[in-house]
Design a protein. Structure first.
Length: 245
């Protein structure tokens, strides 16, 4: 993978503390001259991800001197209004099931729309012109706010609403989870893969008591199943690398 010369543009990464957003943060640090992060406390059941954010930022900065030089401030916003709008398996202690709509009840309506809108407001105040999110239309649960068309439409709306160009980047949009593991390897080698494996949090049930080959989690919720399957596929499909953990 050829890493381009860093752009002078300034980016804001939607950074949850999970696998995807951590990979996206490394991606942004490889591409932009200034990178800040933003996270959201929406009363998520898997609150462990919020505790992962600061250590991950610190470890990424330690990984490469140029990443440390580009990594700017972090912002954490209160978005718990999402919980007030109705229950979901992401915010309440209820079983994960499919709804009549065909979507799992882990779907939080308009979550990503709100996140990008708040991030756009923060970017406007901070003089940043790129927003980076870890949405994917390849490996996802059918969430409509993860689709490429949704993100493209949102980019147009936010740019018009702010009356200045704003780019929404989704580097994982057409990658499956195995590809995401490989992207981490390309960006930071075995060290970044291990950081993602051990220090990020994805499990919807908030379990961090068992370390599996693919990371911490219950091993049974949709997020864990997807992450585990992607890790196994990545290990199986990729040619051997000298820096593979």
């Amino acid at each position: 993978m050829t890493i381009p010369t860093p752009s002078p543009r300034r980016a804001l990464v939607l950074f949850s503390g999970g696998q995807d957003s951590t990979t996206c943060l490394a991606w942004a640090l490889s591409r932009y001259g200034r990178v800040e992060t933003i996270g959201f406390d929406y009363g998520q059941r898997h609150s462990a991800e919020l505790a992962c954010r600061a250590p991950l930022r610190r470890r990424l900065a330690e990984m490469k001197p140029d990443w440390a030089a580009r990594l700017g401030e972090d912002h954490l916003l209160d978005a718990r209004v999402l919980r007030e709008l109705g229950a979901s398996a992401m915010t309440d202690d209820i079983a994960i099931t499919l709804q009549a709509s065909g979507l799992p009840n882990t779907f939080v309506p308009a979550r990503n729309l709100l996140f990008f809108t708040l991030a756009a407001a923060q970017a406007y105040r901070r003089g940043l012109d790129v927003l980076v999110g870890g949405m994917s239309q390849t490996d996802y649960s059918g969430y409509p706010d993860c689709r490429d068309n949704t993100i493209k439409a949102l980019q147009v709306a936010l740019s018009l609403g702010l009356d200045q160009p704003l780019t929404l980047e989704t580097p994982l949009m057409w990658l499956d989870k195995a590809d995401t593991w490989e992207l981490a390897r390309q960006l930071g080698g075995a060290a970044l893969v291990e950081l993602v494996r051990v220090e990020t949090h994805t499990c919807y049930l908030n379990r961090r008591d068992v370390l599996h080959a693919w990371g911490y989690g219950c091993g049974e919720c949709p997020a864990c199943v997807l992450r585990a399957r992607g890790y196994a596929q990545w290990k199986a499909r990729s040619r051997p690398h000298s820096d593979r953990p």
